[in-house]
Design a protein around this ligand. Structure first.
Ligand code: ADP
Ligand code: MG
Length: 221
């Protein structure tokens, strides 16, 4: 038997193994950067937003020191999702949409799914839910969002379903229970999220998400 304390593989093989996750090699910074610039050419990175943007990029590239700038105040972890909250118009949705597009292109080209996640806005999810109630042949099921990664845009902007049920609260609860990675952008701060969906959600936010506050001037002005 080979002693586990001695790595008998060549240094090259050992290094290559280290950067394997789920049997696929990590997407390189270079590839990510090239595709990001191609797909979001107008997206400006400035001194006031660069630390947040680079931390989010590093997270998606699965770099263990992704919080080197210290912008995540709760316990940072690559096993959690991301909750980005803050001022209107700073670029939260634009940034996640661009990462979503980069991830999609990489899957198409290389079958590497590291950066792949579906996206939906909470308002759109409610719209689809209502359509299903009216039209039984429509194929929307909340349960179909109970697996894999998911980017949920505009958390808190949606209405309660039929003025009573918090569909998105239910979704977040289930996704937390199943330890799924969720990416959220929202204008609501964590206390407002807790107040709306209840403490059973509020208490779970820090263990479910790397929480990032993004403040700044709106690009819409
Ligand atoms: N970094 C950026 N560079 C250039 N334009 C941007 C940038 N971030 C956002 N915008 C533009 O500003 C508008 C608002 O951005 P958005 O992502 O919707 O903000 P948020 O989701 O934070 O409310 C969009 O039209 C977007 O194209
Ligand atoms: Mg937005």
């Amino acid at each position: 038997m080979i002693s586990s304390s001695i790595d008998v593989r060549s240094p090259k093989v050992a290094a290559a193994t280290k950067i394997q996750v789920n049997n696929q090699s990590l997407i390189s910074k270079q590839l990510f950067w090239k595709l990001f610039n191609r797909l979001a050419p107008g997206f400006k990175i400035k001194p006031e937003n660069e630390q947040i943007i680079y931390s989010i990029f590093r997270y998606f590239l699965q770099l263990p020191d992704f919080n080197a700038y210290g912008i995540i105040k709760n316990n940072p972890s690559l096993d959690k999702g991301l909750l980005v909250y803050g001022d209107y118009g700073v670029g939260k949705s634009t940034l996640f949409d661009a990462v979503h597009e980069v991830g999609k292109l990489i899957v198409i080209r290389t079958q590497n799914t590291q950066l792949w996640f579906p996206r939906i806005s909470t308002i759109h999810m409610l719209t689809r839910y209502y359509e299903t109630q009216k039209n039984p042949t429509s194929n929307f099921k909340l349960e179909s969002y109970y697996h894999g990664k998911l980017y949920l845009d505009d958390l808190g902007k949606e209405d309660k379903a039929y003025n009573r049920e918090e569909l998105i609260g239910k979704l977040l609860f289930e996704r937390h229970r199943r330890k799924l990675k969720t990416f959220v952008t929202t204008n609501e701060n964590p206390s407002a999220i807790a107040a709306r969906y209840g403490n059973h959600i509020g208490d779970r936010l820090p263990e479910m998400f790397n929480i990032i506050k993004w403040e700044g001037k709106s690009w819409r002005e």
